[in-house]
Design a protein around this ligand. Structure first.
Ligand code: ADP
Ligand code: MG
Length: 243
């Protein structure tokens, strides 16, 4: 493909079909380096599939993906410079927090001193130093989600990918974790791509919102642009714009 940008993330004509059924219909999107982009849309519109293709967890049916100016379309997830945080945390129950944070780095044969340094730095950022010897079963939902985010931070990715990371938390915790994630973005200054079906999360976190419906982009822009100038009735209804 034509090299579109030296940095950030670029999707060019990205399509996905499962068993011949198209679920992503040809997405073109440029995500600026260091920005916080939120994919928002109703359940089943293709948010996770799109994110998983960027992560390399799902092959594209057609099209190409660039990260930091490099075509990553055929690379394994571990080679893409990304780290993903899931809604389900996906922590290892038999390992303590320290071991959970270190595991991916150990697998990648990172030196022990470097692992220790990165685990301590991530723990400090997330304020979980006092939890390092606990097992996931001894943590609250919010603490588990911090550990899951910590596991992404220690990998020092170019791009963080979040798939509905807060949807298992109660309303109050969702608000405080949302503020934490915004702070994380300010401190780390990485590109973050965040999937949610929650309009409030999208409006408060995003530099740029991408509204999806049935595998297509209905509109993208700043939260304010989308709110004040919805492209159509669907966007207006979904974002809750005044009529
Ligand atoms: P969202 O994350 O927005 O809720 P998904 O990306 O999970 O949506 O799903 C988009 C569409 O693709 C849905 O119709 C879903 O049923 C379908 N889909 C997702 N994963 C698979 C799969 N592995 N096999 C078949 N269909 C799938
Ligand atoms: Mg999903």
């Amino acid at each position: 493909m034509i090299k579109l940008a030296d940095t950030g993330v670029v999707l060019a004509g990205v399509r996905k079909s499962f068993a011949g059924l198209d679920v992503i219909h040809g997405i073109d999107l440029e995500i600026a380096e260091g920005s916080f982009v939120v994919f928002v849309g109703p359940s089943g519109c293709g948010k996770s599939t799109l994110l998983r293709m960027i992560a390399g967890l799902e092959e594209v049916t057609d099209g190409e993906i660039e990260i930091k100016g490099r075509n990553v379309t055929d690379l394994d997830p571990s080679e893409r410079g990304i780290a993903m945080v899931f809604q389900s945390y996906a922590l290892y129950p038999h390992m303590n927090v320290r071991e959970n944070l270190a595991f991916g780095l150990k697998m990648a044969k990172t030196a022990a001193a470097e692992i220790e340094a990165r685990v301590m730095a991530a723990s400090a950022i997330l304020k979980i130093e006092h939890l390092l010897d606990r097992k996931p079963g001894q943590l609250s939902g919010g603490q588990r989600q911090r550990v899951a985010i910590g596991r992404a931070i220690v990998r020092k990715p170019h791009v963080f990918l979040f798939d509905e990371p807060l949807s298992n938390l109660d309303a109050e915790l969702r608000v405080s974790m949302r503020i934490e994630i915004a702070r994380l973005h300010r401190e780390l200054a990485n590109t973050m791509i965040y999937v949610t079906h929650d309009q409030t999360e999208a409006m408060t976190l995003a530099d740029k919102i991408v509204v999806l419906r049935d595998g297509r982009i209905e509109q993208s822009g700043t939260p304010r642009e989308v709110y004040e100038n919805p492209a159509n009735v669907f966007v207006a209804g979904f974002i809750g714009s005044p009529r």
